[in-house]
Design a protein around this ligand. Structure first.
Ligand SMILES: [Fe+2]
Ligand SMILES: [Fe+2]
Length: 153
């Protein structure tokens, strides 16, 4: 990942990345041995790269903020608990509610968070920023899972 992409993600996302509450994502594993925070930052890097490579002219600040908060559900989904059953379907809404509570997320940023699991969540993304984060998330999740399986052998 280029230094410019990393720097810009840090700049656009600084309010979130510096927030004390956001650091909790470091304590939850997302895929393999990758924390939720690391995963979310990777999704932001890939999303910004896609936007620039394909010259899609997205709202870059919202793209990065939505990516950083797309999995802001704040629990360990590997531990079975009734209130977060059906994690795959329900966590986008939980993450969106948490993001609204802790950050001044815009309507576009909310859409990015809410739609990132499409097609599991039925309503498709309408904004190109939401499509990009959804694709970047699938790419990162797949790579992290494969690497995790590979490391486990
Ligand atoms: Fe997710
Ligand atoms: Fe994710």
């Amino acid at each position: 990942m280029s230094l410019k992409i990393k720097r810009d993600v840090h700049e656009y996302g600084k309010e979130i990345l510096k927030c004390e509450k956001y650091q909790a994502l470091d304590t939850f594993i997302q895929h393999g041995n990758i924390s939720c925070k690391k995963h979310s930052i990777r999704v932001a890097h890939i999303s910004l790269s896609i936007n620039r490579f394909l010259k899609l002219n997205c709202n870059e600040k919202s793209l990065v903020r939505g990516a950083l908060l797309h999995d802001y559900f704040l629990y360990d989904w590997h531990i079975k608990e009734k209130w977060h059953n059906w994690h795959g379907f329900r966590h986008p809404k939980i993450a969106m509610k948490n993001a609204i509570r802790d950050f001044a997320v815009t309507e576009l940023e909310q859409d990015i968070i809410k739609k990132h699991m499409w097609p599991l969540t039925i309503i498709p993304p309408r904004r190109r920023e939401s499509w990009i984060v959804s694709i970047a998330d699938k790419y990162c999740s797949t790579m992290e899972t494969i690497k995790g399986l590979y490391n486990a052998v």
